[in-house]
Design a protein. Structure first.
Length: 382
């Protein structure tokens, strides 16, 4: 079994006898580094890796121990600092302790057992501080990952504590409400009033007085864009019960009338049992109109952007279906591989993957048969 790695300590003293004594005292428990000057001590800290504790004599040439440890504190704040001092230097030592430069001091002459206890506590302090730093770092990383997920939601969310202060806000909420500044730490009524979204503020106030589950739809003329939002409140409960506040949920629904038209068009084409060419051509024109209306709305919202993208992809699917049939009808020997590729691309663009029109499925089978046999019947399919 691999033995646990020893903590590393650094002893800085201009007297070689002291360095030898310290090495003998601590070498069984720690990886002991030594330096006979402050300059060499700082170099050791830069090159040795993590040093848990540095022990320095107060009286050294060039700089005092307090001055040296102040530099250690500035460059390596996680390294715990101990000073060896005489009674004549106590004022400077106490000042260093008050400034946070020194964790503990040991007076000369010291008792070896007492010195060991002080260093052991210092190493434990370093372990605890390092673990806290690790946990804080992991928590920050976890919050970054969580925020990254939350920001991708198409629903805006504002977490508000029991005092009415905003504690969190995802990107959707900030964009819907046109918030340039981070709203955290600000009262919700000020956030909403200041952004020109009084309609949302009033809806939230009404929902707070209504029964649980109530929803309101508001036209937010003062938001970042002309948006229609569905507003809902959801209570936040603590791990041991009790209310922590609530979450304001904002769902952008400006695109819903266009979305319903889009879905009705798809449904009409998908369930067509007979010839489908005319319905496809009609849907093609209507989809282009929907895409144009979505772009003309000037609403930069996830819902509207997604609708515009889906309409564009659907037009691409229909364009390719019609083009494939035209090739089979008009050409004796069209490029079979090209027809296969166009059918596959078209089918992947169609939003209802499991509901491709039956005549389109027949067209796909005809393309495969032509690819295998090279025989083209030149008959209409759609």
């Amino acid at each position: 079994m691999t033995s646990p790695q020893k903590h590393r300590i650094l002893v800085v003293d201009d007297e070689e006898a002291i360095l030898e004594t310290m090495t003998f005292t601590f070498e069984d428990d720690y990886d002991v580094l030594t330096a006979n000057s402050a300059r060499l001590g700082l170099e050791a800290l830069e090159t040795a890796g993590t040093v848990a504790v540095v022990i320095s004599d107060q009286r050294m040439p060039e700089v005092t121990g307090v001055e040296f440890l102040a530099q250690v504190f500035e460059r390596h704040p996680s390294t715990v600092r101990i000073i060896l001092t005489g009674f004549a230097d106590m004022d400077a030592t106490i000042g260093a302790i008050n400034d946070g430069h020194v964790y503990a001091y040991v007076t000369k002459p010291w008792e070896p057992d007492e010195l060991k206890r002080v260093v052991r506590r210092a190493v434990e302090h370093h372990e605890l501080a390092s673990e806290n730093e690790r946990l804080v770092s992991e928590l920050k990383d976890a919050n970054v990952f969580l925020q990254g997920v939350v920001d991708e939601l198409d629903t805006g969310a504002l977490a508000v504590d029991a005092a009415g202060v905003v504690r969190a806000a995802n990107r959707g909420a900030r964009e819907y409400l046109g918030l340039d500044a981070d709203p955290r730490g600000t009262e919700l009524v000020k956030v909403l009033g200041g952004s020109g979204s009084e309609e949302v503020r009033d809806a939230v106030q009404r929902l707070g007085e209504a029964e649980s589950g109530a929803i309101e739809e508001v036209a937010c003329e003062g938001c970042g864009s002309r948006l229609r939002l569905r507003v809902h409140l959801r209570a936040l409960e603590g791990a041991e019960g009790g209310s922590l506040g609530h979450v304001v949920l904002l769902r952008e629904i400006s695109h819903e009338p266009l979305r319903r038209r889009f879905e009705e068009l798809l449904e009409g084409v998908a369930k067509e049992p007979g010839p489908v060419r005319e319905p496809l051509e009609s849907a093609q024109a209507d989809l282009r109109t929907i895409a144009t209306e979505a772009q003309a709305s000037n609403l930069v919202s996830p819902g509207m952007l997604e609708l515009s993208e889906r309409a564009s992809r659907t037009v691409t699917a229909i364009d390719n279906w019609l083009a494939v049939e035209d090739s089979l009808r008009r050409e004796d020997y069209p490029d079979a591989q090209l027809l296969r590729d166009r059918m596959r691309m078209a089918n992947s663009r169609w939003p209802l993957e499991d509901r491709i029109p039956s005549r389109v499925q027949e067209l796909a089978r005809r393309v495969e048969a032509y690819y295998e046999s090279g025989e083209n019947e030149k008959q209409p399919i759609l």
